[in-house]
Design a protein around this ligand. Structure first.
Ligand SMILES: [Zn+2]
Length: 119
């Protein structure tokens, strides 16, 4: 107990020596075992515009999906809308913008389509 009347915790390191060396009294080197958590695959419907770690339903492997960007309906609709407002040629800009393109995910192992994320 200290002067103010509170108990201060005293931390005493506790070491356990296990095995044959403990009985002899020699000190074994400390081995720190660090394990990292295994990555958890996400479901196919939650894939967005970036590659994701998924479980392929075709080849049953855990893979990181390959992504191909293809102009989709949103880019086509915006192109048609801009065609009436801008000079010829500028209306094609939405077809080149990645933010308006659909993301097609495929398996790098078997090459089959996994999911299409549409904008
Ligand atoms: Zn696959």
């Amino acid at each position: 107990m200290c002067r103010s009347g509170f108990f201060l915790p005293i931390l005493i390191p506790i070491t356990h020596e296990v095995g044959e060396r403990a009985s002899r009294g020699s000190r074994a080197p400390t081995v720190a075992v660090v394990s990292q958590p295994q990555p958890v695959p996400i479901i196919l419907n939650s894939l967005r515009d970036s590659p994701g770690f998924v479980h392929c339903p075709h080849c049953l492997e855990l893979v990181t999906s390959n992504v191909t960007y293809v102009a989709g309906r949103t880019a086509a609709d915006l192109t048609i809308l801009l065609c009436f407002r801008l000079f010829c040629g500028f209306c094609l800009i939405p077809l080149c913008m990645r933010g308006l393109q659909d993301a097609h995910h495929s398996c790098p192992q078997c090459g089959k389509k996994l999911y299409i994320y549409e904008r």
